[in-house]
Design a protein around this ligand. Structure first.
Ligand SMILES: *Cc1c(COP(=O)(O)O)cnc(C)c1O
Length: 377
């Protein structure tokens, strides 16, 4: 089955007999047992609910994983996953990550005794230099947020070799429609399902997908024990969103390619960070490991004032946090997604007050460019 078809038909619900084309929402927290020692397969909804099971199987199929677990947000998925590790374990993460992940690693994981360090995961020798015999995981985002650096997933897997190190990839930006990290050697894939998977800026969700059953069982135990699962209704919302994943990813990418080219030629734009541009340093890696570049663009303008003006002048585009929805959103990483990161570190990474980030949606590219033109005037 091709990916477009999988988005709609990878999982068929066999629990009902009405022929309903859409999966029902089972608003049931508990399930009656036929007799002592028997179960319908569902006992209590923290363990499993048929609507959540449906979306979990769907995302597992799309990512090519053995198991998938659905969480109430991307951060709750990451928080639960971090319970795999113990005090003294070392985690190496990309040095350009979603700000919420950095906050979690720096505040919560470190308090719990994990040693988290950051490396440029697009620079393999630099990454290798960070590994010790206590390293238990490498956590990468590719493309990174917001600087759009690309990490060669298969090369990192090769670097790990037979060491006891889990390769974890946050695949929120590309989604399994464009990239399947498990096929490239990832052990765990994480998602903020709030973004492209749900896709309509109306639902929060998170996912963990595993490459093997053993890891799947460990995470299932943590999932049911900790309890931050996705509700039946939100599970349905993600299933519904995924139905249009293919056409949303294609259309928003088409728009992004046009907008990136237009921004590059604008006199007030100093630099455009988009993985699909010919001059992107890791263009060949993107082409090798992904079937698309996605629709996330960062760009820096000539002054903070230009950035502020643009944010207050946009009319079609909305000045709002988040990404991956059908509506185009513009973000100011310095005060929004990356405000947690200490100033010196932020500046070293290029996240200054002239940097803007666009999550390109599915509107007409012409309208979006017209809006940007007026906003940057
Ligand atoms: C948004 C985001 C998260 C966090 O997900 P939530 O659903 O907001 O909790 C994690 N990683 C990336 C790359 C994100 O964009």
């Amino acid at each position: 089955m091709k990916k477009e078809t999988q988005c709609l038909h990878a999982v068929r619900d066999k629990t009902h007999t009405t022929g309903a084309v859409c999966n029902p929402v089972y608003l049931s927290a508990t399930f009656a047992r036929p007799a002592v020692g028997e179960s319908t397969g569902y006992d209590y909804a923290r363990l499993q609910n048929p609507t959540r099971e449906h979306v979990e199987k769907l995302i597992a199929a799309l990512e090519g994983g053995t198991d998938c677990l659905a969480f109430s947000s991307g951060m709750s998925a990451i928080a639960t996953m971090m319970e795999l590790f113990s005090p003294g374990d070392e985690i190496v993460a990309s040095d350009d990550l979603y700000g919420g992940s950095v906050r979690f690693f720096d505040v919560v994981s470190r308090k719990n005794g994990m040693i988290v360090s950051y490396a440029d995961t697009s620079d393999l020798p630099a990454l290798k230099a960070c590994l010790t015999d206590k390293t238990r995981a490498i956590f990468i985002e590719t493309p990174t947020n917001p600087m759009m650096k690309v990490c060669d997933i298969a090369a990192v897997k090769e670097l790990i070799g037979d060491r006891n190190i889990l390769l974890i990839v946050d695949n929120t930006f590309l989604t399994p429609y464009f990239c399947r990290p498990i096929e490239l050697g990832a052990d765990i894939v994480t998602h903020s399902g709030t973004k492209y998977l749900a896709g309509h800026n109306d639902t929060m969700a998170g996912f963990l997908i595993t490459a093997n059953v053993d890891l799947g069982e460990k995470l299932k135990f943590l999932h049911k024990t900790i309890g931050s699962m996705l509700s039946p209704f939100d599970s349905y919302m993600v299933t519904r969103g995924v139905k249009t994943l293919a056409i949303r990813m294609e259309k928003s990418q088409q728009n992004a390619v046009k907008i990136a080219a237009w921004l590059k030629a604008h006199p007030k734009v100093r630099k455009v960070y988009y993985t699909g541009l010919a001059e992107h340093p890791e263009l060949e890696i993107s082409k090798k490991q992904a079937s698309g570049f996605g629709a996330m663009i960062s760009f820096s303008v000539d002054s903070a004032q230009t950035a502020h003006n643009a944010l207050s002048r946009v009319k079609v585009i909305m000045f709002a946090e988040s990404l991956g929805g059908v509506e185009t959103l513009m973000t100011y990483p310095v005060t929004q997604t990356h405000s947690y990161i200490p100033e010196a570190e932020r500046l070293a990474r290029g996240i200054d007050d002239t940097l803007l980030r666009l999550s390109v949606g599915i509107e007409s590219a012409e309208d979006l460019i017209e809006d940007l033109e007026a906003a940057l005037a």
